[in-house]
Design a protein around this ligand. Sequence first.
Ligand SMILES: [Zn+2]
Length: 102
Amino acid sequence: MIDAHRPPSSRVAHRRQGGGNVQAAGSVYGIRQKILAGHLPKENCRMTWYGPGTGGVCVACERPIAADDVEVECDLPTGGTIRLHRGCYDIWVAEWPTCDVG
Ligand SMILES: [Zn+2]
């Protein structure tokens, strides 16, 4: 459920540290929680596309994907498409295989 109270701020303070890792908006912990709760799928994407943000909301961190961010669009084998920040996508693909319940 997305709360629409927050105005879309185009001026997000974005701290960029030079080079190296992409700082994801989501955290490993938060994304793991979503996987475990079933809010994020545990499956490989059938297809992925990388492109600039199109104003969608990242399924992993529920923040908008800005036009100067990289958006990963992912087709699921079971149908449907999800969009994530590139950093969130990287966390998700690394984490879901380790999130086996049971
Ligand atoms: Zn995200």
